[in-house]
Design a protein around this ligand. Structure first.
Ligand code: FRU
Length: 322
């Protein structure tokens, strides 16, 4: 093994040790008191979630007084509920949670709140607002930006025409509903626009979106635009259209804009546009630390978005060393 690789491995091991080791909850150690922050992640099988974990780990490494415990809900509500119960039992100083779905996680989030643990809800909401803070993108605003751009691509305000396939994210999540509602604020004003599907969810997954699109292609001779609630689904739809030899007939819009995914696909001309949905990993952790140090935090922190098209994709890739 090369020296460089060994150094890299040592660095990774150090980060892992710093982030997952447990400190004894002993007052004798008060002078080295660390903030034990638990983070319950919904899943790690999606690329955006993997980036989210990287972002939170990198931020934690900047705070020597933080010990981060990360759990993986494995894309199952029951598993994530058990993870949060476990973190409550460990009496973490703060709980960060990015819920798989809103309703299923609400009860256990409430338990943490009742146990007087400050709770930071990240990205997807729950059905209570008694948490300390919510950090995430404005999905309604992103949906609106996507809808406005779809109208432009289909001929412009008042004259837009075309058939749209919309592929929903998980139906039990607030982002999917907000991305839908925002989009339709623009597209529903256009009499020339027709929606081909009725609430079809790909549950944020590329392969499920591929299947939905394959069926839509069989059932519809003319599709002008596909709106996927995230990039993996927009790309899955693109692949289905490509396999049917029809990808050139239509535009594809997604959301997330990870450099090595959505932005690359836009740069390759596979997706027409994507909208940035930054992970709340770094900001969420910073906010929790701020709160634990006794500073005031806002009820909501909204992360910025931007539109990514062929015009700026190459520059974004360059800025990210790709
Ligand atoms: C990842 C993901 C992202 C999406 C977000 C919405 O699990 O599906 O692609 O933007 O969750 O909560």
């Amino acid at each position: 093994m090369k020296r460089r690789d060994i150094l890299k491995l040592t660095a990774v091991a150090a980060v892992l040790a710093a982030t997952t080791a447990l400190m004894p909850a002993d007052d004798a150690l008060a002078q080295d008191k660390k903030f034990r922050i638990g983070f319950s992640q919904a899943t790690t099988i999606e690329p955006w979630r993997a980036q989210f974990n990287k972002d939170i780990i990198a931020e934690a490494a900047k705070h020597p007084d933080v010990e981060l415990i990360i759990t993986d809900g494995e894309d199952r509500t029951e598993k994530q509920v058990a993870d949060v119960e476990n973190l409550i039992r460990q009496e973490v100083d703060a709980l960060l949670v990015s819920p798989k779905e809103s309703a299923g996680l609400t009860g256990v989030v409430q338990q943490a709140i009742d146990a007087k643990i400050p709770v930071f809800v990240l990205d997807r909401n729950v059905e209570t607002d008694q948490y300390t803070q919510f950090v995430g993108g404005d999905n309604k605003l992103i949906g609106r930006a996507a809808g406005e751009y779809a109208v432009e691509l289909l001929g412009g305000k008042g004259k837009a025409e075309g058939n749209i396939v919309e592929i929903w994210g998980g139906m039990g999540t607030q982002p999917a509903h907000d991305r839908h509602d925002g989009f339709h604020e623009f597209t529903d004003k256009e009499p020339g626009i027709k929606n081909l599907l009725d609430q079809q969810s790909g549950d944020w997954k590329q392969d499920q979106a591929y299947n939905i699109m394959a069926t839509a292609l069989r059932n519809n001779e003319k599709i002008d635009l596909v709106y996927g609630h995230n990039d993996p689904m927009a790309y899955g739809a693109y692949l289905a259209a490509k396999d049917a030899g029809r990808e050139k007939e239509m535009k594809f819009i997604g959301i997330d804009a990870l450099p090595n995914e959505g932005v690359t696909w836009v740069n390759n001309g596979e997706l027409t546009a994507t909208f940035l949905y930054a992970t709340p990993g770094a900001e969420g952790l910073r906010q929790a630390v701020k709160f634990l140090k006794g500073e005031k935090v806002e009820k909501t922190v909204t992360l910025d978005t931007m539109k990514v098209t062929k015009e700026n994709a190459a520059q974004i890739l360059k800025d990210n060393g790709l």
